[in-house]
Write a protein that binds this ligand. Structure first.
Ligand SMILES: [Zn+2]
Length: 234
């Protein structure tokens, strides 16, 4: 069972990049000469891990963007409020994290995006300003929809691979060996598929990643400091 899941995640990792090369409206990173990166955390909010990640970010005075799954946000609205109250940003990671969201057909695809916009607006009075598709799989139909909704699609440029628990050192290395100006780093503050829900390695890796990047002179910024974000999305 584990092997099957691992293969699936590997496949997703590879195809996420291949599929999108050259795709307009999808951002991998910011174009900048500044030593800045954007840290993003996917799949929450999670009652065990999100509060611990928030504590780490506060301890190191680091900005990050949480890409939330709508149905998780509905179960844990207090965590959505906590993310905002602690000064962090929120993105939309779809309502149900359906792997094939891009190919669900126009109505379900639209609902997957808009339901989460509404869920988060109802909780904290602000619509997310970015969208990230599950696994980064994006069709031209999804690009068109997000353009209509004025929601930039954020894919990211460094997948730290923490979702498959490869070891704390490997997670740290995945980021530090590749980091460049403008990178958008993807970590997870919640579980993915069954068997990969434990984020202990992420919690161990995150302070190390932050400290080493700061030593290298990097600053952590929100996504709208790296890419153009329309102001009147919904
Ligand atoms: Zn995800």
């Amino acid at each position: 069972m584990h092997f099957k899941h691992k293969s699936l995640w590997l496949l997703c990792f590879l195809s996420g990049f291949l599929f999108l090369s050259g795709c307009q409206g999808v951002y991998f990173k910011g174009e900048t000469a500044e030593k800045v990166v954007a840290l993003t955390l996917d799949d929450g909010p999670d009652p065990v891990y999100t509060p611990q990640v928030l504590d780490i970010l506060e301890r190191f005075q680091v900005k990050a963007t949480f890409f939330l799954i709508g149905r998780q946000a509905q179960v844990h609205p207090e965590l959505v409020r906590a993310i905002k109250d602690r000064g962090q940003a929120i993105g939309n990671h779809s309502q149900n994290h359906h792997f094939y969201l891009s190919w669900l057909g126009p109505e379900r695809m639209r609902a997957e995006v808009l339901d989460t916009q509404e869920v988060i607006f109802q909780i904290n009075g602000e619509y997310p300003r970015y969208f990230r598709a599950p696994l980064g799989w994006v069709s031209s139909e999804l690009v068109a929809l997000c353009r209509e909704l004025k929601l930039p699609i954020i894919n990211g440029s460094i997948k730290a691979g923490d979702v498959s628990n490869p070891g704390t050192d490997q997670i740290v290395e995945a980021v530090l060996s590749r980091v460049q100006n403008g990178d958008i780093i993807i970590l997870h503050d919640a579980g993915g598929v069954e068997g990969y829900r434990n984020r202990r390695q992420t919690l161990e890796a995150l302070p190390i990643i932050i400290e080493r990047l700061k030593e290298k002179g990097y600053q952590f910024v929100f996504l709208d400091e790296l890419i153009y974000v329309p102001s009147e999305n919904r």
